[in-house]
Write a protein that binds this ligand. Structure first.
Ligand code: SF4
Length: 324
């Protein structure tokens, strides 16, 4: 396909955006690079609806400026992120706030050097906040490009070439926003609506869009069986701060692979299943009346102020139900 044929698509995109674009999204109605960047980070692994309804505004209320993030302890940032998951994002946000002293650089090249900012996010922030004319390549855009060019094999480098090829450099802002909207509203994962799509006239994959890209071979997740042990002493409960890559900085109850549950000091509080991206946790929660040295002890009210992972929050709910 010749480059010149994209003119028609670029025109279709502008018309589509005027009629259907999600123009009221708050991060599309701000000049603040911090607010735009925050939305990009939150939206990396989370749907627009969830970010909009539960996380974006409370986070901005707690940290109105990027300087406020830089000046806060990382624990406070993690607490505001609690429930969003993928906590590396929050730690990197804090790291970036401190490294830039609350002032994001205004070019994709400089943005990409910061913690947690990949090429597509750097392009998005540079385009939306600083009018740099660059294409983006998030998950939704990737799906459109695989289908539009009928590419079966997943290959990041090829896709970046295609992203530049199809890109409307004279209208970068609308082009990029529209692709994100089309990806989540029209060229969806399971039910692409080709008839309503501004790419339809030249889309090479429209006859069988679900063929592109080829399906990933789904591996079943490994299961980790763990005892979550809540040490209890003087009406306070033991937690320590996690230092793993996955949940670093969050507060956690003790976990053990094996534990003798027969002691009369042990009360079984219940069990739950928690899904992580790469494994499933099957947890049995125990209350153990015993002091655990070198741990921090908190009352239930104090625990509510800490940043906990989803699994530890489930264990806490079992504890609260028991102590009611
Ligand atoms: S025409 Fe269909 S397959 Fe092609 S980009 Fe649009 S929705 Fe996706």
């Amino acid at each position: 396909m010749q480059k010149k044929t994209y003119t028609e698509i670029h025109n279709n995109i502008v018309s589509w955006y005027q009629e259907h674009g999600r123009v009221t999204l708050p991060w599309r109605n701000t000049q603040s690079a911090y607010e735009i960047y925050l939305s990009e980070i939150m939206l990396q692994q989370t749907q627009v609806k969830t970010v909009l309804e539960r996380f974006y505004f409370p986070f901005l209320e707690r940290f109105p400026t990027f300087n406020d993030v830089a000046n806060a302890p990382v624990d406070d940032v993690l607490k505001a992120w609690e429930g969003l998951g993928y906590y590396t994002r929050a730690r990197n946000l804090h790291k970036t706030a401190q490294a830039t002293q609350g002032q994001l650089p205004n070019s994709a090249e400089a943005l990409e050097k910061l913690a947690g900012i990949g090429k597509s996010t750097a392009h998005a922030v540079a385009c939306f906040a600083f009018n740099e004319s660059l294409p983006i390549l998030d998950a939704n855009v990737k799906r459109i490009l695989y289908r539009f060019f009928a590419i079966e094999k997943r290959h990041e480098k090829t896709l970046w070439e295609k992203a530049y090829e199809l890109f409307d450099q004279n209208n970068a802002y609308i082009y990029n926003q529209t692709l994100m909207d089309i990806g989540s509203m029209v060229c969806t994962h399971k039910n692409p609506n080709c008839k309503a799509c501004p790419f339809e006239s030249h889309c090479q994959g429209k006859e069988s869009p679900l063929l592109y890209p080829e399906k990933k071979v789904k591996k079943s997740k490994p299961v980790k069986e763990r005892f979550m042990i809540i040490y209890h002493y003087n009406n306070r409960y033991a937690l320590s701060q996690n230092d793993t890559k996955l949940l670093g900085g969050l507060w956690a109850f003790v976990q053990e692979e094996a534990f003798d549950t027969n002691s009369n000091k042990v009360t079984q509080l219940g069990a739950f299943v928690h899904h992580y991206t790469h494994f499933r946790l099957d947890a049995k929660v125990l209350l153990l009346t015993q002091e655990l040295k070198e741990n921090h002890y908190f009352s239930l009210e104090e625990i509510d102020q800490l940043a906990l992972s989803g699994a530890d929050r489930k264990a806490l709910e079992l504890l609260k139900a028991y102590t009611k």
